[in-house]
Design a protein around this ligand. Structure first.
Ligand SMILES: [Mg+2]
Length: 242
């Protein structure tokens, strides 16, 4: 038995929602409207991303880099990375954001070796003026569900063995689906309210130090049980896919 740990990126590892800031800074109010329509269920997550990338238009690559490089991470994330390495806990970041800024932010903060799965952004230079366009792609979209562009549930299930205990750390909208399939949930901010409403047991946390303390205690146990409802949900998801 081993614990596999999945961690959200925006608002969980970073202080704020970088994806949102990224598009809003360059795409303006059009991006707010796209997000509103997405939250209202009027457009899919992929349509929202494509619209936001279009609203951005051409931007200076320097301004893009400056924005991304101003983003801070929770410094305790590095302690979680070290803990997972020492205790052989598999850590994977799962994000419905873009690889461009995730890679850059992790690298800048000494966490460039931590694996992640996300949507893909390609910076295209259509002219010779140093301005770029962002082209987005969704290699991890689910065939049926359109609520997220990158399906965290599928990533969790395909990268875990049946006997693994799945732990998840998150805070917001894109974490609502994956926590239903996780045995151990760490929640802060609005994800706590969601877990309460859905009767999903969770550990509240403020920083990754809280997560490390809890994981250390859990690993002292001789046996960890899967969360019964999560196990049922996982089996149902596999039946649905096969
Ligand atoms: Mg988030």
């Amino acid at each position: 038995m081993s614990i596999r740990l999945f961690v959200d990126f925006d608002g969980t590892i970073t202080r704020g929602d970088v994806g949102n800031l990224f598009f809003r800074t360059f795409g303006g109010a059009a991006c707010d409207e796209l997000v509103r329509r997405f939250r209202a269920g009027e457009i899919t997550a992929r349509e929202c991303f494509l619209g936001e990338a279009e609203a951005m238009g051409r931007v200076s690559s320097g301004a893009l880099e400056e924005l991304v490089d101003a983003q801070e991470i929770d410094p305790s994330f590095r302690d979680l990375v070290a803990f997972c390495r020492d205790r052989e806990v598999d850590l994977l970041i799962v994000s419905d954001g873009l690889d461009y800024y995730i890679r850059r932010i992790l690298g800048r903060h000494g966490c460039g070796e931590v694996p992640f799965v996300s949507n893909v952004a390609t910076l295209v230079r259509p002219g010779g003026d140093g301005r770029i366009e962002v082209s987005v792609a969704f290699p991890h979209a689910d065939a049926q569900c359109e609520r997220c562009a990158c399906c965290k549930r599928n990533i969790m299930l395909t990268s875990s063995a049946e006997e693994d205990i799945i732990a998840y750390v998150g805070e917001g909208y894109s974490d609502r689906c994956p926590v239903r399939y996780a045995d151990i949930v760490f929640a802060k901010d609005v994800l706590q309210t969601y877990c309460q409403d859905e009767n999903i047991s969770y550990y509240p946390y403020e920083t990754f130090d809280d997560v490390v303390v809890r994981l250390r205690r859990l690993l002292e146990r001789t046996r960890l049980r899967p969360r019964a409802r999560a196990a049922v949900e996982r089996r149902a998801a596999f039946r649905h896919e096969s």
